[in-house]
Structure formats: C-alpha cells, structure tokens
Design a protein around this ligand. Sequence first.
Ligand code: FAD
Ligand code: SF4
Length: 511
Amino acid sequence: AKILRLILGDQLNHSHSWFKEKNNEVTYVLMEVMQEQHYVKHHIQKIVGFFSAMRQFASELKDEGHQVIYYYLDAQENQQNFTQNLNWLIQKLGIEKFEYQMPDEYRLDQQFKAYSKSISIPSAIFDTEHFYTTKEEVKEFFKGKKQYLMENFYRYMRKKHHILVDNNLDPVGGQWNFDHENRKKYDGKTPLKKPLTFKRDVTDLVKMLKQMEVPSFGKITQKEFSYPICREDGLALLAYFCDELLPAFGKYEDAMLKEHHTLFHSCLSFALNLKMISPQEVVNQVISTWKLNQETIDMAQVEGFVRQVIGWREYMRGIYWAEMPQFAQQNFLENKNALPSWFWDGQVKMNCLKQCINNSLDNAYAHHIQRLMVIGNFTLLAGCHPDEVDKWYLGVYADAAEWVQITNTRGMSQFADGGIVGSKPYVASANYINKMSNYCKGCVYDKDKRYGNKACPLNSLYWNFYLTHENKLKKNQRVSMMYRLLEKMEPLEIEKIKQQATIYLQEINTL
Ligand code: FAD
Ligand code: SF4
C-alpha cells in the first residue's frame, strides 16, 4: 500500500525505526506552515532554527534514498495548514494509508486524532522513540498518591534504567541527590568557556520570513546563526559540554553572571527537543565522560545534570499529559496583570531583569535560574496573568515546546497550578539575586532597601506577594515561616512596604 508519513518539526529523530529501511511505497512529508506561526508569536531565531533543522533533516533523508516531499513556507502549492496539505497529497499521490508520530503537543495531538478519523483511508500512529518514558508513565507512577513528587519519580527512573546505581540499586556516591551542592555563586576563578556556536548564514531564510510577513520578535545575527540544526551539530554540542563544561556544571548550575549568560549550561535543549539527539545518548555520554575523568569531575556535577534530563524533563512531560487540557486554564492565585512593555524591548532599569530579558531577546535562550528566579519571579511578584506569561515564554525561547514550557512556566514558576509541579511558589527578593549573581553591583536600585528612594522593587513586591495571597498561601507548610516573619514586622513597616509595592506596580512599565 502507498503510505504517507508526516514528520513534524520537532520530530527530527534520525534513529527512528521508520528510517531503518527504504521503501518505495513510503513518502515522507515535512511542512513549513503558517498554521504554526500564528498560535503564538515566536522569536525569529526559534523559527529560523526550526525551519533550518527541518530542511536539513529532509535533505539528509533524501540523500539516504528516502522519498521526501518538503513544503517551503512560500511554495505556491502550500495551503498553510497541515490537514489541507495532507488532503491534497493523499489525493494526488493516491495514498492508501496515513501515518504519523505522536505529537508532543496537546493541540496537535487533538488535530491529528480528529484528522485521522475524518479521512477515508486507514491511519496509524507511532511512538517518537525519543523519551525514556511513555506518555502515561508519570500518571501511572503517581496513581493514588496525594502529590506528584519529582524526587520519587527520579529515583524510580534511576533504578529502572540502571543509571548511577550499583547492583543493589543503591545510588552510586551514597546519596540520590546532591542538590545542596548545586547552589554556589560563581567563584570568579573557574575558567569560563565561550559557548559553542555554529555560525551559519541564514540571510535568505530571514528574507523569506519577512516577505511572507511571518510575525516574530527578538534579534538575529543573520550571518552567524548560532543554533545546532542537525544531529552532527547536536553531537558536537554534547561533546563540547562533556569536555569543557561538565566539571563545573552542577556547582554553578544556579549561578548568574552579567558577563556570561550560559556559564556551564549545556545549551542542548533545542537539539533535544527537536529530537536531533536523544536523552539516552546525552545521559550515557555524560556518565562515560565522568567515569573516565573521576579526578576532575565529581559526582555532584554528573548527578545534577542527569537529574535534569531523566528527572525533570520526563516528569514535566508526564505531568503535561496527565493534566492537559485543564492545566492550561489554571490560575490559582487569580493573577490578572499584563506583562510590562519591556518584556518585548528589553528597556528596563532593574539590572537583573535587563540582563535576563535581553539575553532572551538577543539569543532566544536563558538558563534555568534566569527563567525561574529572575523573569518568572518578577511576573509572579507583579501578579501577571499566567496566559500572558505562557505566551511570552512559549514564543521567546528556541527550545519552547508546550509540554515543557507550560509545565515549567504555569506550574513550577507561576504556581498557577496551585502546587501540582512544585509544593511552594518560587519567589525571591534582592537577597537571593545578590547571593547568586553579580547583577546587583552597578544596578540603579538599592538591593538593601525595601522602600524609599531607589529601593529595589523586588523587596517590596516580595513581601507584598505574601500579603496579597495570604488566604491561599498561609496554610502551606512550606511558606509558613514567611508569615511568622510578617507577624513579627511592625505594622508601620508593613504599611510602607505595601505603599512602595503599589507605586512600583503602577509604574511597572518604567521600572
Ligand atoms: P541545562 O541546564 O544544561 O540542562 C540540561 C537539560 O536538562 C536541558 O537541555 C533540558 O532538556 C533538561 N532540563 C533542565 N531543567 C529542566 C526543567 N525544569 N524541565 C525540563 N527539562 C529540563 N525547557 C525547555 O526545554 N523548553 C522550555 O520552553 C522551557 N521553559 C521553561 C520555562 C521556565 C519558567 C522555566 C523555569 C524553565 C523552563 N525550561 C524549559 C527548563 C530549563 O530552563 C531549560 O530546559 C534549560 O534552561 C535549557 O538550557 P540548557 O540546555 O542549557 O540546560
Ligand atoms: Fe535586581 Fe534589585 Fe539587584 Fe537591581 S538591586 S539587580 S533590581 S535584585
């Protein structure tokens, strides 16, 4: 039978069993479509990264002898959405069966389920053969339990996949988690490495996007586009991480530095999320590098990294499938405010936000603590609506796919799920930012002041946050200490903090 197989932009998995053999009856199709440019406004580097990687993947499949149809965005026959293009192809090529891989996004999963039902030929759905877990595994693991606890799931993953465990399934190194060793400020001495970038010329692609009036934001260096766009690039990035960055990864995982935005982070998320490389090969290579270099790389670095990939990444995906679609509607704290205008142009005086927002706008990247404890912290303290926050995060980061973006943003960062992902809101005042970064040095605001001239806005907003949400948060054991501190504060002090927070919220666009 003549088969049409659809490959989505984040399904660029060369090792998929689909490609094991060549078959003249099978035609693969990849599509650049306007449908995917309109559900949210994307960063220009995200669009260029996806399209470049898709084009490269299609051409590699062709070189290997597969039959491939590629829809360029500006092709005349392109009807700009998946289903219309598929209908046309099915008819034109006399297709007898439609096959696709499980979409990682709820919206597309729904679309293709409905589409498969609507067509007269049979269809089949395949696993993407990328993740360690099935879509349902997290849900099954936590069945009957009161709470999703990442740590429990992570230990299960270590044992199930024999990762960093001995023959008795006990953790290598004597403990499961070295989290407390992952919280160091950069020491100013450990040599910093330039991130590995790929420097491609994408001028033509950017020109085409402009001509087609594709909505976008953020910056791009057209002659030196930095993202990995094929498996070979992804593997080079992985090797670079193992050789150069892993020895200090865990230690400085939470550190931030205005002179260096990626520090010891791997920058692998884009290659991983498009499935150009697999989490298994990433984890295996990190562990084998450690085994060969135990004098220079200690367990805390390796465990910290492995936890992100087999723990957090798989856990977030599982929560997404367990909780969607209602997850996308949650707004536990009933936040309503708009995002400040400087989220789009980087014109903000608060130095921590200036550094992290501009890093995001310039590079379509920010590392975890910048996303969580600077940008997300601010939107939560400022009471921004989680819909607005989600839209920005889903658009701005090149690695943003909804399954991992919304769980991190609405869940972990904004506490809009009321505690599904994390057991307490992640909020911080200047104290934390100053402890983990050098942002406060040279900031126009005074990190030590709660109110008055040039007081750091985070300080008043921080206490104001707890005051505003007292009804909902006071019963949460994990933050009860904050309420005890507030009880000990002078009423006049509280009044001044509230007044300062109100002023800052009114002036939010000029902070
Ligand atoms: P590293 O620090 O080198 O970590 C290695 C890998 O671990 C990452 O590539 C990623 O695959 C995985 N990982 C680490 N932390 C997480 C996490 N919390 N959840 C899932 N996987 C994780 N990640 C995305 O891939 N896409 C997103 O859209 C996204 N949005 C986020 C939004 C917020 C508010 C927060 C707090 C985090 C978000 N993350 C997202 C998770 C994390 O910040 C990024 O995966 C990471 O910064 C990517 O950079 P890296 O590859 O250098 O990561
Ligand atoms: Fe950010 Fe406040 Fe520090 Fe300035 S003083 S960098 S606004 S935490």
